[in-house]
Design a binder for this molecule. Structure first.
Ligand SMILES: Cc1cc2nc3c(=O)[nH]c(=O)nc-3n(C[C@H](O)[C@H](O)[C@H](O)COP(=O)(O)OP(=O)(O)OC[C@H]3O[C@@H](n4cnc5c(N)ncnc54)[C@H](O)[C@@H]3O)c2cc1C
Length: 252
């Protein structure tokens, strides 16, 4: 475990902050780290910035992420990793579909992808759209909001369908709520396009030992978090079931 300091904090919204850390990490987009918040918990976080700078983008949802949001520049965090399988770069034209905080693992991939790139950035409302200005500079950006406060009113999957009906893509990269990723899988199967999605499950060890993130014989921490469509179609729990912190199966 590396003990590192928070170099810089960028506040995007009431519930989103990016924490730049004073470590260098050799990682693939889609890989994650286990972040230890001293005295509170250890939680998995995707790397939203890789290379020159290392950062994680954190949505405040519960105890650990609230504690992180209270932290200041100079405070210490523990980091283990990088872990898991990241995105595989393929094809010459890609569609990236992000829902909410799901843009975090996709951002470093969008930056290094060398072909033509279209990004659907979806959020509940305009204030929760992350990294839109950065993405606009490097890709074709299509925005959707549930309430119509920016871009097209509707879900990111609706915009993705519109784009996929008009254009051909070699690959679709997805991260967001699992219901949305399941819809994208169905759409990609219908169109015969390869998809890669980053899954979220409750994790304790991050290295395939504790079984917390087991899903139909796969460990999300080791075999994922990025899975390709040919594996996702075999995972019956995908879009249906997850496990809570006690290991109980709960409906998604
Ligand atoms: C591989 C991987 C990568 C991840 N990357 C990121 C990332 O880049 N940024 C990020 O913000 N989060 C990311 N997460 C999710 C993050 O790990 C959890 O949000 C975090 O562990 C919640 O901890 P907590 O103690 O704050 O909340 P808990 O106290 O554990 O949960 C509080 C409440 O929030 C709910 N909850 C938990 N997680 C989520 C969630 N993701 N969305 C909505 N509700 C939730 C719980 O069901 C519970 O009701 C990732 C998860 C995985 C597995």
């Amino acid at each position: 475990m590396h003990i590192c300091r928070i170099k810089r904090i960028v506040e995007h919204s009431d519930i989103h902050k990016t924490f730049f850390l004073d470590i260098k990490m050799d990682a693939m987009p889609g890989q994650f780290v286990m972040v230890w918040i001293p005295g509170i918990d250890e939680v998995p976080m995707s790397l939203s910035h890789i290379g020159e700078e290392t950062a994680i983008t954190v949505e405040k949802v519960g105890e650990a992420t609230e504690a992180m949001h209270r932290m200041k520049e100079g405070d210490k965090l523990g980091v283990r990793g990088p872990y898991g399988r990241g995105f595989e770069i393929m094809g010459k034209k890609a569609l990236f579909v992000a829902g909410g905080t799901g843009i975090a693992p996709l951002l470093p991939l969008i930056k290094i992808y060398e072909g033509e790139k279209h990004v659907v950035l979806g959020a509940k409302t305009s204030k929760l759209l992350l990294f839109a200005d950065d993405i606009k500079k490097i890709a074709n950006l299509h925005i959707s909001t549930d309430d119509g406060s920016a871009g097209i009113e509707g879900f990111s999957t609706d915009v993705a369908r519109m784009l996929m009906e008009k254009q051909e893509f070699d690959v679709v990269y997805v991260c967001g709520p699992e219901i949305m990723m399941k819809k994208m899988l169905d759409l990609c199967i219908e169109k015969g396009i390869e998809m890669q999605a980053s899954l979220e499950r409750y994790m304790k060890c991050g290295v395939g030992i504790c079984d917390s993130c087991a899903i139909d014989g796969y460990h999300v921490c080791k075999d994922g978090p990025v899975f390709s469509s040919n594996v996702l179609i075999k995972i019956k729990d995908f879009g249906e079931w997850k496990r809570d912190e006690a290991g109980r199966k709960v409906r998604i």
